[in-house]
Design a protein around this ligand. Sequence first.
Ligand code: HEC
Ligand code: HEC
Ligand code: HEC
Ligand code: HEC
Length: 307
Amino acid sequence: MVQVRGLIFMVSTLAVAVLITSWAEAQEFLGPEACQKCHKAEIGVWEQTPHAALFSEFHKNKDARDIVRAVGDRNPKSSETCILCHYTAVIDVSGEPDPVAGPSCESCHGAASEWIEIHNDFGGQGVSAEQETPEHEAQRIDAAAEAGMIWPDMTFDATRNCYSCHGLNNDALDEETATLMLDAGHPINADFEYIEYSQGKVRHRFYPPEISVNQELTAAEKAEWYLVGQAASLVAAKEGLADLSHPDYVAAMETRIARATEALSRVNAGAAVLASPTEANARAFADAIADEDHSAAVSDLLPTQYK
Ligand code: HEC
Ligand code: HEC
Ligand code: HEC
Ligand code: HEC
């Protein structure tokens, strides 16, 4: 009955590009330098995050050394398991993953080698973003998403993606390895929730017209992202539980499911995803509540302090 396999099977083609199955197929990450030239403000934020700090700190973490030995590797920076979530790795000349940063731009927006050219083409050589036609823009956005880019307005995919690491939902991580990690004390934080964890150090919202201002979410936007994040948490927890039965993991996922159930039962549109927590239903939920104001329904659930 027990089959050693990835923690989840991603049906979404968008997510498949993010969740790699082997390093041979993984020549997808370019590293944050590929974004630096045009996204200086976002780079500036990211450099101050715990994600960025992992690159210089993680291999010195004493707990990390114990956990890496438990999975049969020696050093977190060269362990293919740890690299999945603690680093952004490019493929070096010998075909091995070479960490170049902690979790970074592409960890959340999708590995970019398939979409960077589409992203940077505004309608032919020499055409700037300002000169792009609306038709070309619409086409470019869709084509990049198809090639694996996670755009900010793909709220379900963007929040679901956090759980590929913060829920151990990575299909390149098999059950046996995940169990060894958890037995050796790898944390699984039941309290991870999108708003609390995204609106502190991680927040980068330099949207037009005020592109020099890192904007806060409005109350309505906060409620929307919170609810979509809870739908993502629910879907990820159910998928994780189908593949991993470690008691610490089960307890954490049950806590998450209880929270999500409380939140989603506050809005009518939540009923379908609660009845059947699939990615398709969660995406439909995200579409249904986009631009609605549910702040009154969930205000008492929203965090007031951010990581
Ligand atoms: C050559 C310049 C350039 C590079 C390189 C570049 N971008 Fe962009 N990016 C832009 C421009 C211009 C926009 C705004 C136009 C648009 O919406 O696409 C943008 C928009 C975005 C958006 C969406 C913003 C929104 O308002 O919805 C994301 C996310 C993004 N880029 C991520 C990245 C990531 C991640 C990388 C590196 C892998 C990257 N970009 C590399 C120029 C660039
Ligand atoms: C599937 C993703 C994933 C993999 C694979 C993974 N980790 Fe983690 N690790 C995380 C996340 C996410 C956290 C933060 C805790 C949380 O959110 O549950 C974390 C936290 C940790 C911490 C606690 C850090 C601290 O500051 O106290 C240690 C230690 C750690 N991981 C070690 C490892 C080692 C060693 C490996 C490789 C054998 C590894 N992890 C593989 C996702 C992962
Ligand atoms: C931890 C996950 C995560 C990381 C790391 C991350 N992003 Fe984002 N990014 C998001 C999410 C989620 C949004 C949508 C935020 C919103 O609209 O509230 C977003 C929004 C954006 C936007 C649109 C808002 C703006 O600032 O103009 C751009 C552009 C962008 N990201 C680029 C980048 C670049 C470049 C990097 C690397 C330096 C990066 N992101 C790193 C998750 C991430
Ligand atoms: C590629 C894997 C990965 C992805 C994707 C990811 N994270 Fe993380 N995140 C980590 C790891 C690993 C840690 C390190 C935990 C540690 O050292 O304690 C971490 C830590 C954090 C921390 C610091 C936690 C603390 O207690 O200070 C925040 C906040 C955070 N992540 C938010 C997010 C959000 C929000 C998203 C999605 C938009 C996201 N992360 C997506 C891997 C990831």
